[in-house]
Design a protein around this ligand. Structure first.
Ligand code: HEM
Length: 490
């Protein structure tokens, strides 16, 4: 018996050495692969991945399950931040890299076959419909209305009150509430008003949060374990079931009411949210599908936007030079559009034409997303054997993690000062550089760009005032004071 055990262990160790040899990333252990390193660095996971990638030149391969028959397929993970590989995975050979079965199984209870959790035709159809809706002027206006109303009537008063009372605020919480209210308005035309004085708890928001958290927990467990827990109603699986049921009821209610309203002439044309848009289409979609559309958009848009804004304000607050330039740009545009009466500047939130002119603000937002991307890592499944542009062979059945966080922090892409927050950066970068993936990737379905990036570019290349001012600033290093009202020059 002893002899059999010793022979099996020896055979395993010989096999283990052979699979370990070609791997490049962090240390790989028998059976559990590189999981110990991941667990040890769980509270600094993105930094750990970036360090590994720096050491390995942008791509490494590791094993998370060092077991025969699995190690070279399901257990193998390729981690990359090489822009050429990202473009290949997300665009060039997009069809070979779907979300895959693991991802879909984990998210299925919450997101069903919504855009965030589907591949192939189901994904393409939703993508095309959403892309079409997102480009329409009316949706853009609807979004502007939701955002502006919430900023003016709720966000600003809460900040003002805190200022008067000399209290501090949890800006991240306020921004999360703001984006949640806005995305709900945009997705299904109902504002849950989580951003109101007193900051009330909202049962839908809480159920949604709990369901997301419980779903993410599934990622750290092997599939058979969470399935077992689901089957027997154990641990977070109970929370997930209850929360999903709460979310279901909430949305079913909204869909039923909306159906009645859309046939009622009294409400003719008053609903311009995404749900109503899908419902008004000729095809009749099932309630389940409509619910998943709304839910997927909330998940996609809520945390991404609020997290990006939180990092943005934090970075601006520790970079007074950038803050000054931003204020200068805003003042300049407002003086152009609203005249020199400063009271008029804060009457209403900025309009789209005004926002479009804030080029430096846009650059600062992009720079924020470079350093603190809202989706720091993402994973894809490999359908057929392939070779990545950097020469890495990826076998069918394995997984690829592309690290957006690391892509933004590599010297070989951004230069020596890659860790500095410098919105001026795009101007200084050489024109011929590797195409750098942004936070919303184009995979041929027509991407809806995040609001932070939409419509804020220079219009038609026109040399508008803002551009001119920035160019002047950049060339002589001084703010062009003659164009800035006195109130802004202190
Ligand atoms: C700063 C804000 C945002 C950032 C950084 C961001 C980033 C991303 C990223 C990286 C993905 C790809 C995820 C993947 O393929 O697994 C994604 C997908 C998506 N985003 Fe955004 N997003 C933002 C805001 C929004 C907003 C406000 C909405 C909608 C209201 C939205 C809707 C979507 C949708 C529907 C998808 C899925 C697209 C697909 O699978 O084809 N995003 N976003």
């Amino acid at each position: 018996m002893m002899l059999v055990i010793v022979s099996l262990v020896t055979a395993y160790l010989i096999w283990f050495r052979s699979i370990k040899r070609p791997l490049s990333g962090p240390r790989v252990w028998p059976l559990v692969g590189s999981l110990p390193g991941l667990i040890e660095n769980a509270n600094r996971m993105h930094e750990w991945i970036a360090e590994n990638l720096r050491t390995c030149g942008g791509t490494y391969q590791t094993c998370i399950c060092a077991v025969p028959f699995l190690a070279r397929k399901q257990g193998l993970v390729t981690v990359t931040c090489d822009p050429r590989n990202l473009e290949h995975i997300l665009k060039g050979r997009f069809d070979n890299y779907p979300k895959g079965p693991t991802w879909q199984a984990v998210f299925h209870d919450l997101l069903g076959e919504g855009i965030f959790n589907s591949d192939g035709n189901t994904w393409l159809f939703q993508r095309k419909t959403a892309a079409l809706e997102f480009t329409t002027r009316t949706l853009r206006q609807a979004m502007g209305r939701w955002v502006n109303r919430a900023i003016k009537n709720r966000f600003v008063p809460i900040l003002k009150e805190a200022q008067v009372e000399g209290k501090s605020v949890d800006l991240q919480d306020l921004l999360l509430r703001l984006t949640f209210d806005n995305i709900c308005g945009l997705a299904f035309g109902q504002d849950p008003q989580t951003l109101t004085p007193g900051l009330p708890e909202n049962s839908f928001a809480m159920a949604f949060d709990r369901a997301t958290e419980a779903t993410l927990q599934r990622f750290i467990l092997p599939e058979c374990i969470w399935r077992f827990r689901k089957w027997f109603g154990l641990g977070m699986e109970v929370v997930l079931r209850q929360s999903v049921s709460h979310v279901d009821k909430y949305l079913t209610n909204i869909i039923n009411t909306r159906k009645q309203e859309l046939t009622d002439p009294q409400f003719n044309g008053t609903h311009d949210d995404l749900l109503s848009r899908f419902m008004k289409k000729k095809e009749s979609y099932s309630d389940k599908f409509l619910q998943q559309v709304a839910l997927n958009f909330i998940l996609a848009g809520r945390d991404t936007s609020s997290v990006a804004l939180s990092w943005f304000f934090w970075l601006v607050s520790i970079n007074p030079r950038v803050e000054e330039k931003i204020l200068l740009e805003i003042c300049t545009v407002l003086m152009e559009t609203r005249g020199s009466d400063v009271a008029k500047w804060t009457d209403e939130p900025l309009g789209f034409e005004e926002v479009d002119r804030l080029i430096y603000v846009k650059a600062a937002l992009s720079e924020t997303l470079r350093l603190y991307p809202s989706v720091p890592e993402d994973s894809k499944h490999v359908i057929a054997d392939d070779v990545l542009p950097d020469g890495t062979f990826v076998p069918a059945g394995s997984a690829i993690t592309y690290s957006i966080y690391s892509t933004g922090r590599m010297k070989f892409i951004w230069g020596e000062d890659c860790l500095e927050f410098r919105p001026e950066r795009p101007k200084d970068l050489p024109r011929e550089r590797p195409s750098i993936p942004t936070n919303e990737v184009d995979r041929g379905g027509g991407a809806p760009p995040p609001p932070a990036q939409r419509g804020t570019g220079p219009q038609g290349g026109a040399k508008n005032v803002t551009n001119f001012i920035l160019e002047e600033w950049a060339s002589d290093g001084r703010p062009p004071k003659r164009l800035v009202p006195n109130s802004c020059q202190n």
